[in-house]
Design a protein around this ligand. Structure first.
Ligand code: FES
Length: 177
């Protein structure tokens, strides 16, 4: 009888430990996964105004531009819509050093179409403006080169400070809001 009670206690103990393991392990795995995976895209942690995480540094290949979207809140006269695509950039990695990062707005300075990447650099398909691999205006109606966007690398995340610029002007004029 005593041996049977002991055996029951052992079984109860093993079952409890297994239950705790089932409950704790997935939570620990999630914490580990969260630590290894920066949240993308969106606002970086810390609430840095105007900065958005758009990619991981390790995802960028030297010499191959990567298109990335800025996701954030869209505000109009009536409402705030969260998680909207509010902009697009081309990310250029020119070497191993994170200081080699450069970001260019994908908004064409002519009338605002999305600039694409091609074999010779960049092109706006709307009215065929050509840009060099570094974004310099070469041909077509675009009145200026592709607009640079402030960028940085923090804890493996590529972050950009999104901005819009006036369309149709040779001078680069930042739009407010
Ligand atoms: S909008 Fe890009 S060339 Fe016209």
């Amino acid at each position: 009888m005593v041996d049977r009670r002991k055996a029951l206690k052992v079984v109860a103990g093993v079952t409890s430990a297994a239950a705790v393991g089932v409950a704790v392990f997935p939570a620990a795995a999630l914490v580990a996964a969260a630590a290894n995976t920066p949240p993308l895209p969106g606002r970086p942690p810390g609430g840095d105004e105007g900065w958005y995480a758009v990619a991981r540094w390790d995802d960028l290949v030297v010499g191959t531009p990567l298109q990335a979207h800025i996701v954030g809140a869209e505000v109009d006269a009536w409402k705030v819509s969260p998680d909207r695509r509010i902009g697009t950039v081309w990310l250029l990695r020119r070497g191993e050093d994170t200081a080699s990062l450069r970001a260019l707005s994908a908004v064409c300075p002519h009338l605002g179409c999305v600039i694409e990447h091609n074999a010779t650099g960049f092109v706006c398909p709307c009215h065929v403006s050509d840009f060099s691999p570094t974004g310099a205006a070469l041909r077509g109606p675009s009145p200026r080169s592709m607009d640079s966007i402030e960028s940085r690398v923090r804890e493996g995340r590529v972050e950009v400070r999104w901005a819009r610029f006036r369309l149709g002007t040779a001078e680069r004029i930042r739009e407010e809001g």
